[in-house]
Design a protein. Structure first.
Length: 365
């Protein structure tokens, strides 16, 4: 009888401890920029479609604060609703904000329990809020579109390692450096699109510089983040268009003369998508004979990435030091290791590539 009375009281009072849908605002995207004092936070809120109006809509709300939490509190005041983060697709941090102090931003996002640690984090060359204004013809809302770019790749790369938890762990690690994919807005024929324009590499807790999207391809192969890139192979007979389908990478380490040596072996499988013959026919033997040249080109792309980030910026986004720490812990924690400049390391790269699918014909049309 007592339980029945309590149930009836709950029913008639209309209170069950939950926030009603109409009192919630669904956050799909967050953009962080630098303000005069502190940070400017822009959120993309989602308005689900109804049967009478099937088109999904979104709104942007911006507020400033000395801290991100203060800015978020101000956003809640503007909307008059409680922020709901379960559908958060993307966090965008302007390059200016990241260079000002990535530590404070990561600290907030890592501690704020309502934000999933698996959410994707990217940087922006333009003001971060501007990326949330770029609509797409696909019907995806801006935050969804950016998340698709990062999750499913572009002509250059995708970055599975740009999750909040991954970036935070790298930033705090003594054996690796953090990185942040940088996006920008490009305008072609009066149409705005979002593109990856590079990767911001950190050295310790300070930004070290950018590598280009092409230089980042080798980084993705070595790190195991992505394998879906297009490669053009130019020979005397034809221009071959291939797509990388899978990459296996084996990394080992050794110590020679007191200095670290990293060996990298790449095994790559490709599809042949198109053959642009230069006047004469291309035979099956010609296609089979592409492997040595293709292997050399892939090896060169991986080397370019290591040269740009590890040797050029002294940034260990490849986590080579983590391999040293695991295999030679006494050497890693010794006084000498921390004093060795990256330019004194040696990185040896080899690659083997095969074409396992050539389409429905081995002949040129």
């Amino acid at each position: 009888m007592f339980i029945l009375v309590l149930s009836l009281l709950g029913l008639f009072s209309g209170y069950n401890g939950r926030v009603k849908i109409k009192d919630r605002v669904i956050i799909q995207g967050m953009a962080v920029d630098v303000a005069d004092e502190g940070y400017s936070l822009t959120v993309q809120t989602y308005k689900p479609s109804s049967l009478s109006e099937p088109k999904n809509e979104y709104e942007l709300h911006t507020a400033d604060g000395k801290t991100l939490f203060e800015a978020l509190t101000a956003v809640n005041t503007i909307t008059g609703q409680q922020a709901f983060f379960s559908n958060l697709q993307i966090i965008i941090i302007s390059r200016e904000a990241a260079e000002k102090g990535l530590a404070d931003l990561l600290d907030f996002f890592a501690r704020y329990s309502k934000i999933r640690k698996s959410v994707t984090v990217v940087g922006s060359e333009c003001p971060a809020a501007e990326l949330l204004t770029v609509d797409s013809e696909s019907g995806l809302l801006p935050a969804e579109r950016i998340n698709k770019i990062m999750s499913y790749g572009t002509d250059t790369s995708n970055y599975d390692g740009s999750k909040l938890i991954d970036i935070t762990e790298r930033y705090l690690s003594d054996a690796s450096d953090a990185f942040l994919p940088i996006l920008d807005i490009r305008e072609d024929d009066n149409e705005k699109t979002v593109k990856i324009c590079g990767v911001l590499c950190f050295r310790g807790r300070a930004p070290a510089g950018m590598i280009s999207p092409r230089e980042a391809i080798g980084f993705n192969w070595i790190s195991g983040y992505d394998s879906r890139q297009s490669i053009l192979l130019n020979t005397e007979k034809a221009l071959f268009s291939l797509s990388v389908q899978s990459v296996k990478c084996k990394i080992d380490a050794k110590i020679e003369n007191g200095l670290p040596v990293i060996t990298i072996g790449l095994s790559v499988m490709c599809n042949l998508n198109e053959v642009g013959a230069k006047g004469g026919p291309v035979s099956e033997d010609d296609i089979k004979g592409l492997s040595p040249q293709l292997s050399k080109q892939i090896e060169g792309m991986a080397k370019d990435s290591v040269d740009a980030a590890f040797f050029g910026l002294s940034s260990d986004i490849f986590e080579f030091s983590k391999i040293i720490r695991k295999k030679f812990p006494d050497y890693f924690y010794g006084e000498a290791f921390g004093q060795i400049p990256k330019t004194d390391w040696r990185v040896e790269i080899s690659a083997g590539a095969d074409i396992y699918r050539v389409g429905k014909t081995n002949r040129t049309v």
